[in-house]
Design a protein. Structure first.
Lengths: 495, 653
C-alpha cells in the first residue's frame, strides 16, 4: 500500500506528539515557543500540501481512504485554519492552562479533519468525525474556571453524543442493507438501494449526524450556546475547520456515494437550507454577544451552503467549495479580533467593541473586513461565493418554483444580515457612548494571523479565478465514475 | 496556487502601450493609488493627503479630456479592452473597460466635479481632524464611480456599484459623532442594498438567458434574436431597474437621499448631485439594449399584456419627479430643498429613459451634474457663511453679503429652471419633453411640463427667501463671502451651466444611441423652437408660470404664506407625505416583530426563562445557568430527536 498518500496525516500526528513531548523540556517561561513551533509545523505542512508535495491521486486501505482533488482542496484549508488558530493561541500562552495540550488537541482535531476530507467510506467518516468531535469536547470546555465554557462543553458533549448515536445507527442500517460501507460500491448499486427503505433511513440518520456538524436546522440548537461559551479560539476553529469538515463529508456522501438519491432529495436539502438561513438570520438580529452573533451567522451560512448542494449540479458544488474557501478566511479574520478583544476586556458584548476604530485600527479593520465579507459585499471573498451560489440556484429558478422561493429567501436573508453585521461595524467606528479609549495592544502572532486572513479575503475577492478553478476541479472529481479511474496528476494550482 | 494565478492576471493585464484605451485603465487606477497611499502612508498629514487626492483626480480629469478628444470628438471607434478575470467551465467574466462616447463623457463629469469638490473641500472642511480620512474616502469613491463608468460588463459594474455604496457610506457618515449622520449612512446603505439585490437577480436572469454579462455580447445576442429573454423580458428589465431605483433614489426607494444630507455639503454636491445618484441613470443607458426587447411576461402574468419594462420605468420616473417636486415646495432646509430637487430631476431622467430617450436622459444628466453641483456648493458657501444655519427663513439679504455665491447660485437656479436659450438646462429639459412626445406619452409630457413649473417655483422661493429681503437672523447679517478656494469652483461650474449646450451635446449623444441619427435641420441655439416648438413653448411657459407664482407669493414675504392656502396638503408636503413614517410604521414593526418572534422562540429554546439579555447579578446568572443546564439540554435533545423524525418522515414520505 502506498503510505505516502497518508503523509500529511502521519506528519501532523507526529507534530502533535512532538508538541506534547516538547512541553516536558521547554521551560514555562518559553512556553510561547510551543505555539510558534506548532504553527510553524502547520505552516510547513500547508506549503507542502498545496505545493509540489501534494500526494498524487489514489486510494489506500482498500478504498477506505482516497486522495483526490476534493481532499486536497479541503486539506489546504484545514491546515490553514489550524495555522491561524495556533498563531492566535500564542498571545494567550500564559493564560491557557495546559497550553501544550491545547495546541496538541488542535493538531489532533486537524488530523481528524484531514481524514474526513479523504474518507471514502462510512466507517472512516465516522471515525474521523469522532476524532474531531471528541477533541472539541475538550477544546470547548478548556476554560475550566469559567462556568460558561464548561456548560458549553457539556452541551456539546451530550448533543454530539446524540448525533453520533444516530449516525452510527444509520451506518449500521446502511451496512445491513447494502452489505458495504464504501462510497463507490454503494454508488454502483444505488438504484437498487434507493428502493430499500432501510437503506434510505440509514442514510438519513447519517445525514443527521452531518447536519449536526454543520449546524443545519433542525440540528442547530447547540451552535449559539457552544459558540458563545467556548473560548474564542476554539470557536474560531469550530466555525471553520469543523464546519468545513462536515461539508466535505456531506459533499462526498451526497455526490460520490448516492448522487441519484441526492437528486431525488434535492427539495429536502432546499427546504432545510431555507429554514436554516432564515433561522440564523432572524435570530441574529437581537444579539448583543458578538460570539453568539457569529454562531447564528454560522447557522445562516450553513443554510446558503445547503442551497448549493440542493442545486445538485457541478456549478452548485463548485459554488459551495468556493464559498467555503472564502468563508474560512473571513471567519478566521473575525475571530482573530474577537479573541483578542475577549482576552483584553474579558467580554464579547457589542459594547466591548465600541470605539475599536480608535483603540486599535488593525483590529477594527480585521473585524470590519470580516463582517463586510460575511455580508457578501464585493470586492471581498464573501461576495463571489454568494454570487456563484445564487447563480446555481437561479439556474433552476426558471423551471422549479421551489428554487425561486429559495432564491428570494436567500435575498431576504442577505438583506437582514446586513442589518446586524452593520450594527457591529457601526459600534466599532461610531459608538453611541464612548467608554474606554485606551489602546489595545496586539502582539506579533495575532497580527500575522490577522494579516494572513485579511490578505486572503481580499485576494479571493479580487482574483477569484484561482479559487474557482480549484473548486471546480474538486467538484468535478466528486462524480463516482470519474473518481475511480486513475487520473492524471492534478496541477499544483489546486486550491 | 496564488503565485500561479497572480502571474496569470499580471500577464493578462494590458501592457501600457500606445493604445488610447489603456489610458482609461490609468484614469481608473489613479484615484485608487491615491486612496491606498493615503490609507497606508500619508494619513497623518492632512496636507499631503489632500494634495495627493486632488492631484490624482485633476490628472485623471486632464487624461479624460484627452480621451474625450480622441473618442468623443475625434471619432475613434468604441473599444473594449478585456482581460480574463474568471474563466472556469461555463463561467466567464472578464474585467474590461469600454471606451466610447458615453463613457468618456461620464469620465469628464466624474473627474471634473470630483476635482472641483475636493478643492472646495480644502476650505470648507479646513481644520477638521478627519481630513485625511475624508480625502481617502473621496478618492476611493472616485475610483469606484469611474469603475461603474468604464465597466464593460454587468458583473464588474455590480462590483463597483457596491464599492460606491461602501465609500458613500463612509462619506455620509463622515461626521460620525452626529448620531443622525451615522443613521443616515446606514439608511442609505441598506436602502441601496435592497435595490442591489434586485439588480443582482436581474444580472443572473440576463446571464442565464443570453449566456453573457458583457454589454456588447448581450447586444449582439438580443440584436440577433430580440425575443432571447423569452417570457422574462420585462421582469429582467425591471430587476435591473431595481439597481437604478436604489442608486438614483426612485420611488419607493427614494427615502435615503434627503437623509444623506447629513454628510458634509461638498459630499452632497459630489455624490448626491453629480455622480452616485446619476449612476443609476447611466446604468440604464449603458444597458439600454436590454430594455429595447419587446415586453413579455411569464404565463401567469398574462394580464400585464405587452406592457414593457420601459413603460413602468417611465411611470415610476414621472411619479418620482412629481412627488419630490411637491415635497420640495414646503421644505425650509436649504440642503433638503436641493435634495428633493435632485430626486425630482433624477425622476425626470428616468422618465426620459422610460420614454425611449436615453440620449435625452444622458443629456440632462450631464447638464444637471454641472448646475446641481454648483447649487450644492453654493448652498455650502451660504451655510458656511451663516455659521451652519440651514433654514432659509433665517437667512435673507445675502445677495449683498455674498455677491459671488449669489450670482453663481442664480445662474444655477436659472439652469435648473430651464431658462430658455441662455442656459444648458433648457436644452436638456427640452430634449426630455420631446422624448416624451415622440415616445407617445402625452400624459408624461404634461407631467413633465407641470414638474418644470414646480421646479421654477420652489427654486425661486429658495432664492427669494434666502438671498433677498431683510436679514432674518444675526448670522445672516454678519455673513461674509467664502474664501477663494470655495468661490472659484463655483465660478468654474457656472460656465458649463450656461454653455454646455452650445456645442451640440444633444447630437453627440443621439448619434451614440442611434447610428443612423442625423442632426436636425435648423439646429443651433434656437433649434428647440424650430424642430419641436410644442415642447419648447410649453417648457418656457412653465417657467414663466412658476416664476410668476413664486414672485407673487414670496417677494417681500416674512413667513411662508403657502401653508395657509394649501391647508392639509401643505402639511402633507411639509412632512414629505409621511413616507418615513409610513415606512417606519410598516417595515420597522414588521422587522421588529419577526425579530422578536424568533427571539422569543430562541429564548424559550435556548435560555429557558429569558435570563439571557438581562444583565443580572452573578448569583442570578449562576442560578439561571443551573436552570439552563437541566431544562435546556432536555429541550435540545427532544427537539433534536423531533427534528430527526420530521426529516425522516418528509424524506421517505
Amino acid at each position: 500500500m502506498n503510505y505516502s498518500l497518508l503523509s500529511l496525516e502521519i506528519l501532523l500526528t507526529l507534530l502533535g506528539v512532538g508538541v506534547l513531548l516538547g512541553d516536558l523540556w521547554i521551560p514555562a517561561s518559553a512556553r510561547k515557543l510551543i505555539g510558534y513551533g506548532a504553527a510553524t509545523g502547520a505552516g510547513i505542512l500547508l506549503t507542502y500540501a498545496i505545493g509540489s508535495g501534494a500526494p498524487a491521486d489514489g486510494t489506500a486501505f482498500g478504498g477506505l481512504f482516497v486522495v483526490d482533488a476534493l481532499s486536497n482542496y479541503f486539506k489546504g484549508f484545514f491546515l490553514l485554519a489550524a495555522l491561524v488558530v495556533l498563531l492566535l493561541t500564542v498571545s494567550q500562552s500564559d493564560t491557557i492552562k495546559g497550553y501544550a495540550e491545547y495546541c496538541a488537541l488542535i493538531l489532533f482535531a486537524t488530523v481528524g479533519m484531514l481524514f474526513a476530507a479523504s474518507a471514502n467510506d462510512f466507517v472512516l467518516m465516522f471515525v474521523a468525525l469522532e476524532l474531531i468531535t471528541v477533541t472539541f469536547f475538550v477544546l470547548v470546555s478548556y476554560d475550566r474556571n469559567r462556568s460558561g465554557s464548561l456548560e458549553a462543553g457539556v452541551k456539546y458533549l451530550i448533543m454530539g453524543a446524540l448525533a453520533s448515536a444516530f449516525m452510527v445507527f444509520g451506518i449500521a442500517l446502511i451496512f445491513g442493507s447494502a452489505g458495504t460501507t464504501n462510497f463507490y460500491e454503494i454508488a454502483a448499486h444505488q438504484s437498487t438501494l434507493a428502493k430499500s427503505p432501510v437503506f434510505l433511513i440509514g442514510l438519513l440518520l447519517t445525514l443527521v449526524g452531518l447536519g449536526f456538524k454543520i449546524a443545519a436546522v433542525p440540528f442547530q440548537m447547540w451552535a449559539p450556546d457552544v459558540y458563545q461559551g467556548a473560548p474564542a479560539i476554539t470557536t474560531a476553529f469550530l466555525a471553520t475547520g469543523s464546519k468545513a469538515a462536515g461539508f466535505a463529508l456531506l459533499l462526498r456522501v451526497a455526490f460520490s456515494a448516492v448522487p441519484e438519491i441526492t437528486a431525488h432529495w434535492s427539495r429536502l436539502f432546499l427546504v432545510m437550507g431555507v429554514l436554516t438561513l432564515l433561522y440564523g438570520s432572524f435570530c441574529a438580529i437581537a444579539q448583543r454577544s458578538v460570539k453568539r452573533l457569529m454562531g447564528y451567522s454560522s447557522i445562516a451560512n450553513a443554510g446558503y451552503l445547503l442551497l448549493g448542494i440542493a442545486a445538485v449540479s457541478l456549478n452548485g458544488s463548485t459554488a459551495v467549495l468556493t464559498y467555503l474557501g472564502g468563508y474560512i478566511f473571513t471567519v478566521l479574520a473575525g475571530f482573530a479580533v474577537i479573541s483578542a478583544i475577549a482576552a483584553h476586556t474579558g467580554s464579547d458584548d457589542v459594547s466591548a467593541f465600541a470605539g475599536l476604530g480608535q483603540r486599535s485600527p488593525i483590529l477594527a479593520t480585521g473585524l470590519t473586513v470580516s463582517l463586510v465579507s460575511l455580508a457578501g459585499i464585493p470586492p471581498m471573498a464573501g461576495f463571489f461565493g454568494k454570487f456563484l451560489l445564487l447563480k446555481a440556484v437561479a439556474a433552476h429558478a426558471g423551471t422549479e418554483r421551489f428554487f425561486l422561493v429559495a432564491l428570494l429567501a436567500a435575498c431576504v436573508g442577505v438583506v437582514i444580515s446586513l442589518y446586524y453585521y452593520f450594527g457591529v461595524i457601526r459600534s466599532i467606528f461610531w459608538p453611541r457612548s464612548v467608554a474606554d479609549l485606551t489602546v489595545i495592544p496586539v502582539d506579533g502572532a495575532t497580527r500575522l494571523a490577522l494579516i494572513l486572513s485579511i490578505a486572503g479575503v481580499f485576494y479571493i475577492g479580487i482574483f477569484p479565478n484561482s479559487l474557482v478553478v480549484g473548486a471546480r476541479q474538486a467538484a468535478a472529481g466528486l462524480a463516482p465514475q470519474t473518481a475511480v479511474a486513475a487520473k492524471a496528476p492534478a496541477a499544483p494550482a489546486h486550491h | 496556487m496564488d503565485a500561479h494565478a497572480a502571474q496569470h492576471a499580471i500577464a493578462a493585464t494590458p501592457a501600457f502601450s500606445s493604445q488610447p484605451e489603456d489610458l482609461a485603465w490609468f484614469i481608473l487606477l489613479l484615484p485608487l493609488i491615491a486612496a491606498a497611499s493615503i490609507a497606508f502612508g500619508v494619513r497623518r498629514s492632512s496636507f499631503l493627503s489632500s494634495t495627493l487626492s486632488i492631484s490624482a483626480t485633476v490628472v485623471a480629469f486632464f487624461l479624460s479630456i484627452a480621451l474625450f478628444l480622441a473618442f468623443g470628438v475625434g471619432g475613434y471607434p468604441a473599444v473594449t479592452s478585456p482581460f480574463n478575470w474568471i474563466h472556469v467551465g461555463g463561467l466567464q467574466v472578464d474585467l474590461g473597460v469600454t471606451v466610447d462616447r458615453l463613457s468618456v463623457l461620464m469620465l469628464l463629469i466624474v473627474t471634473g466635479v470630483s476635482s472641483l469638490v475636493q478643492i472646495y473641500s480644502t476650505a470648507y472642511l479646513k481644520g477638521d481632524p478627519g481630513l485625511s480620512r475624508y480625502f481617502g474616502s473621496i478618492s476611493l469613491f472616485t475610483f469606484s464611480m469611474l469603475g461603474i463608468v468604464l465597466a464593460d460588463n454587468l458583473v464588474m459594474m455590480f462590483v463597483f456599484w457596491e464599492l460606491v455604496g461602501v465609500s458613500s457610506y463612509l462619506l455620509i457618515g463622515f461626521w460620525f459623532d452626529k448620531p443622525s449622520a451615522a443613521d443616515a449612512a446606514k439608511k442609505a446603505f441598506l436602502t441601496n442594498r435592497l435595490g442591489d439585490f434586485g439588480f443582482m437577480l436581474g444580472i443572473l436572469v440576463v446571464w442565464s438567458a443570453t449566456g453573457s454579462v458583457q454589454f456588447t455580447q448581450i447586444g449582439n445576442v438580443l440584436g440577433g434574436n430580440p425575443g432571447a429573454l423569452g417570457g422574462l423580458a420585462s421582469i429582467a428589465g425591471l430587476l435591473i431597474f431595481c439597481g437604478a431605483m436604489g442608486k438614483s433614489a426612485q420611488f419607493p426607494l427614494h427615502v435615503w437621499l434627503p437623509d444623506a444630507m447629513e454628510g458634509p455639503t461638498p459630499v452632497s454636491a459630489l455624490i448626491h448631485a453629480a455622480t452616485m445618484v446619476a449612476a443609476g441613470v447611466y446604468m440604464l443607458c449603458r444597458a439600454f439594449v436590454l430594455f429595447q426587447a419587446p415586453g413579455a411576461w411569464p404565463a401567469h402574468l398574462w394580464f400585464l399584456g405587452n406592457i414593457s419594462a420601459l413603460d413602468i420605468i417611465a411611470l415610476i420616473g414621472g411619479f418620482t419627479a412629481l412627488l419630490a417636486a411637491l415635497i420640495a415646495f414646503q421644505q425650509d432646509d436649504i440642503k433638503r430643498i436641493l435634495a428633493y430637487s435632485t430626486l425630482s430631476q433624477l425622476g425626470y431622467m428616468v422618465m426620459a429613459v422610460g420614454c425611449g430617450g436615453p440620449d435625452a436622459a444622458m443629456y440632462h444628466l450631464t447638464t444637471h451634474a454641472g448646475f446641481k453641483a454648483l447649487l450644492f456648493l453654493g448652498a455650502g458657501a451660504v451655510i458656511h457663511a451663516c455659521h451652519h444655519e440651514q433654514n432659509i427663513w433665517k437667512m435673507g439679504g445675502l445677495w449683498k453679503r455674498l455677491p459671488i455665491t449669489f450670482r453663481t447660485f442664480v445662474i444655477g437656479t436659472a439652469a435648473l429652471a430651464g431658462f430658455p436659450i441662455l442656459t444648458s438646462g433648457f436644452y436638456s429639459k427640452d430634449a426630455i419633453l420631446v422624448a416624451a412626445l415622440d415616445g407617445g406619452h402625452p400624459v408624461l409630457f404634461g407631467l413633465g411640463v407641470l414638474v418644470a413649473s414646480f421646479t421654477t417655483f420652489y427654486m425661486l422661493r429658495l432664492v427669494i427667501v434666502a438671498f433677498f429681503g431683510p436679514y432674518r437672523s444675526e448670522a445672516a447679517s454678519h455673513a461674509h463671502e467664502a474664501p477663494i478656494a470655495m468661490t472659484w469652483p463655483l465660478i468654474t461650474l457656472a460656465i458649463p451651466s450656461i454653455a454646455v449646450a452650445w456645442f451640440g451635446l444633444g447630437d453627440y449623444l443621439s448619434s451614440h444611441f442611434n447610428p443612423h441619427f442625423h442632426a436636425h435641420e435648423g439646429g443651433g441655439l434656437f433649434g428647440p423652437f424650430n424642430h419641436a416648438p410644442l415642447a419648447a413653448v410649453f417648457g418656457s411657459g412653465a417657467l414663466l408660470f412658476g416664476a410668476t407664482a413664486a414672485f407673487g407669493l414670496y417677494w417681500g414675504a416674512d413667513s411662508d404664506p403657502l401653508p395657509a392656502r394649501l391647508g392639509l396638503l401643505g402639511r402633507a408636503m411639509r412632512n414629505r407625505f409621511y413616507f418615513d413614517e409610513i415606512y417606519e410604521g410598516i417595515f420597522v414593526p414588521m422587522h421588529d416583530m419577526l425579530g422578536r418572534l424568533f427571539g422569543a422562540v430562541d429564548r424559550w429554546v435556548v435560555s429557558g426563562l429569558g435570563i439571557r439579555g438581562t444583565h443580572g447579578s452573578v448569583e442570578l446568572f449562576g442560578r439561571a445557568l443551573r436552570l439552563l443546564q437541566t431544562g435546556n439540554l432536555q429541550t435540545y435533545t427532544f427537539l433534536f430527536a423531533a427534528g430527526v423524525a420530521v426529516v425522516v418522515f418528509v424524506a421517505t414520505k
